[in-house]
Design a protein around this ligand. Structure first.
Ligand code: Z5A
Length: 209
């Protein structure tokens, strides 16, 4: 049996990741593809509940290193599920993943390689769709500013760190400036179809950049 496709949608806050991962799931469903959506942080697991408190309660303090390792541990909580869905031929769509983990923590000043190291060994996406637009647009979107990292200056630093992945083979930048939800959805669908139509090698795992 051919393994499933591992798709990851990444981007800064309020770029439309949840909107687009949900829409992609609907399209996959209509196309008869058995797919599962996993959003990180996955806030319902034991570690995810701690992360949720950290993100929503500014009185709950953690060192940057501790917070980083919790986000990574949260991915490891789901790693076996992701691997086994893919091996069973299912498509898995990720709303944020390792790239967010590294970008947000290294933007705080932690070394990039140190940030990547706890994620080494996790399943690597076949395609990463990085949603990119001008800084000014996401800060005007509904809900921006509700959580601890939603500050424009910090978002700029995160963007710089995300872009360190842009030479990876699986990386596709989706420019979303002045594009409707439907237009962005079409760009994502086109990229997904190209990846899904290619012959898939064995599942890859994160290693050093
Ligand atoms: N974080 C971390 O530090 N380390 C890690 O390892 C991970 C995460 C995994 C919470 O993540 C925080 O955790 C996050 C990074 C950090 N930083 N913060 N804060 P999250 O994913 O749970 O939270 P989020 O980034 O704020 O995601 P979100 O709320 O799910 O936003 P989104 O998914 O990108 O956007 P959306 O909900 O789909 O859309 C936002 C609004 O824009 C909504 O009203 C839409 O209707 C609208 N929208 C969407 N697309 C469009 C277009 N094309 N045009 C106009 N309006 C649009």
């Amino acid at each position: 049996m051919t393994r499933g496709v591992l798709v990851c949608i990444e981007g800064l806050d309020r770029t439309g990741k949840t909107t687009q991962t949900t829409s992609l799931l609907e399209k996959l469903d209509k196309d008869g593809v058995d797919a599962t959506l996993i959003k990180f942080p996955e806030r319902t697991t034991p570690i995810g509940r701690i992360i949720n408190t950290y993100l929503t309660d500014t009185a709950f303090e953690l060192s940057d290193q501790s917070a980083h390792l919790l986000f990574s541990a949260n991915r490891w909580e789901l790693a076996e599920k992701i691997r086994s869905l893919l091996e069973d031929g299912k498509t898995v769509v990720l709303d944020r993943y390792v790239y967010s983990g590294v970008a947000y923590s290294s933007a705080k000043g932690l070394p990039f390689d140190w940030c990547l190291s706890p994620d080494i060994g996790l399943p690597k996406p076949d395609i990463v769709l990085f949603m990119k637009f001008k800084q000014e647009e996401n800060v005007t979107r509904e809900g921006f500013g509700e959580e601890r990292y939603e500050v424009a200056e910090f978002q700029q630093k995160v963007k710089t760190q995300f872009e360190k992945f842009q030479n990876e083979d699986n990386w596709r930048t989706i420019y979303v400036d002045n594009k409707s939800i439907e237009e962005v959805g079409e760009m994502i669908w086109t990229e997904y179809k190209v990846t899904a139509s290619r012959r898939r090698e064995a599942l890859q795992y994160f290693s050093k950049l």
